[in-house]
Write a protein that binds this ligand. Structure first.
Ligand SMILES: Nc1ncnc2c1ncn2[C@@H]1O[C@H](COP(=O)(O)OP(=O)(O)OP(=O)(O)O)[C@@H](O)[C@H]1O
Length: 322
């Protein structure tokens, strides 16, 4: 049974089609990153999963339960860190946790949760004086109460310092290792890249792709770059004619080649090694940032079929309205 499944899930706010016939499956036990630029429809989707917004049409299940009809049971089994959660200014961190423990009838010890999110020293401070990052840590702790089967986090890293981001990443990994499904939206792509099993990329209300990051790289036809430092660059390098290699550049004693897959990178290294004395090799992968731009229209080359089709539809619509 999938942890989350949506079928043609759609939300319209007046003229704005925030989520457009979304079919999304999040598997049990995975860490799934939900990506997309501002206004792509991520929060609206999350809000429909938790019945904060009613869909215009379509349906969603969470842990096999209907997101509208069985929301009570869903809320008992899901830990949520919503976007812009407002804390109670006059309650301390410990009191917030205590409230969650009581509401979920959970056996958790508030101090143990505060330890986990790095807030133990602030346990008796009122949340009204918390920094954004501290509030976010507390909200994360509240989401962890009751050992949920699924954690849904909307932009969990917002306001966290690098230390906090690292800490949150570890917590999410621990939760996943324990069998919890983690579904989170984020703008911090490096964070998504570091923890997610799969990512889904939203653009203008539509899901343009879902896959592992490695597969996205592979499918985008852009595996990355290999840079070799050599004692003397040979006269006839012969790299440009190699399969799956493009944009070869030579700069002093450095040779750079963009490769479309890992095998091409290895072939480049072997080829140059035969022709010259190689003193250093650096291979880099296409960053998720670059992939993200491709899939959301930041660059057209390398779009997968779905994204290209979507982009072409958009252009055709634009021509009609122009
Ligand atoms: N309550 C609302 N009333 C009207 N329009 C809304 C409402 N909530 C969202 N929208 C619109 O729906 C679209 C999707 O917004 P949503 O907040 O889901 O995007 P998002 O991907 O979460 O963006 P961000 O990363 O900026 O949080 C946007 O055009 C937004 O303006």
């Amino acid at each position: 049974m999938p942890a989350i499944e949506t079928t043609a899930l759609t939300k319209r706010f007046g003229d704005v089609l925030a989520v457009d016939e979304l079919d999304l499956t999040v598997r049990e036990g995975e860490i799934f990153g939900f990506l997309g630029p501002n206004g792509a429809g991520k929060s609206t989707t999350i809000n429909m999963l938790l019945d904060f917004h009613r869909p215009t049409s379509g349906s969603a299940t969470v842990l096999g339960l209907d997101a509208q009809d069985e929301i009570g049971e869903i809320r008992e089994r899901v830990g949520v860190l919503p976007e812009g959660l407002e804390l109670y200014d006059r309650l301390t961190a410990r009191e917030h946790l205590q409230l969650c423990v009581e509401m979920k009838d959970a056996p958790d010890e508030p101090m143990a949760v505060l330890e986990r999110v790095g807030l133990a020293e602030e346990a008796d401070r009122k949340a009204g004086g918390f920094s954004t990052g501290m509030s976010q840590r507390l909200a994360l702790g509240m989401a962890l109460v009751g050992d949920p089967d699924l954690i849904i986090l909307d932009e969990p890293s917002s306001g966290l310092d690098p230390n906090g981001i690292q800490h949150m990443r570890e917590l999410l990994r621990e939760e996943a290792a324990d069998g919890t499904t983690v579904f989170f939206s984020s703008h911090i792509l490096s964070e998504v890249e570091a923890v997610c099993d799969r990512v889904g990329i939203m653009s203008q209300g539509e899901l343009v792709t879902v896959d592992t990051i490695d597969n996205l790289r592979e499918r985008s036809g852009d595996a990355g770059e290999v840079e070799l430092t050599v004692e003397t660059v040979p006269n006839d390098l012969g790299l440009k004619v190699m399969d799956d290699v493009s944009d070869v550049e030579v700069d002093g004693d450095e040779i750079r080649a963009y490769c479309h897959n890992g095998e091409a990178k290895m072939n480049v290294i072997r080829h140059v090694d035969r022709a010259a004395t190689v003193t250093n090799v650096v291979a880099t992968e296409t960053s998720l940032e670059e992939l993200f731009n491709k899939y959301t229209g930041g660059g057209r080359d390398g779009l997968d079929d779905d994204a290209r089709e979507l982009a072409e539809e958009r252009e055709a619509e634009a021509e009609v309205t122009a």
